[in-house]
Ligand binder design. Structure first.
Ligand code: ZN
Length: 145
């Protein structure tokens, strides 16, 4: 019996990997990296907290994979997917706001606060807010010439 066959036998009747599992492993990896970085700083307590969180998440992820209570694990995964469905559009919006069309960027008018869509042309420019009519200067560091 080779290793793969052994593993297959072992996993028989157990839940295995899913979206929530991937998420848990991912977050625990991030915590592990943060804990590793904090190790060399005076923030001993923060290091301990991240290390503990990493361990808990990792432990929960492994526990779910090996669990035989498949119905319950599926329910957890579905709950996770529903939550993710709610958060994703919000993240998408943030991303679009930041980049979106690379030829433009958003800035609030320094006078009235209106959200303005400005062309991304490198250099310092004078611009006029179409809402309140006030002129202001804009500095674009990264943009077309
Ligand atoms: Zn304005």
């Amino acid at each position: 019996m080779n290793m793969l066959e052994k593993l297959r036998r072992f996993m028989e009747g157990r839940y295995g990997f899913d979206s929530l599992g991937r998420f848990l492993f991912g977050v625990s990896l991030v915590f592990w990296l943060i804990a590793g970085l904090l190790r060399f700083t005076p923030f001993r307590r923060a290091h301990f907290v991240f290390w503990l969180l990493n361990l808990l998440l990792y432990g929960f992820a492994v526990y779910r994979m090996l669990s035989r209570d498949i119905g319950r694990r599926q329910l957890e995964n579905e709950r996770y997917l529903v939550r993710r469905q709610r958060v994703l559009p919000f993240l998408e919006r943030l991303k679009r706001n930041r980049s979106g069309d690379p030829g433009y960027f958003f800035k609030n008018c320094p006078n009235c606060g209106a959200k303005l869509r400005l062309r991304r042309i490198r250099g310092r420019h004078r611009s006029r807010c179409p809402k309140c009519g006030k002129a202001f200067s804009v500095l674009v560091v990264f943009g077309q010439k």
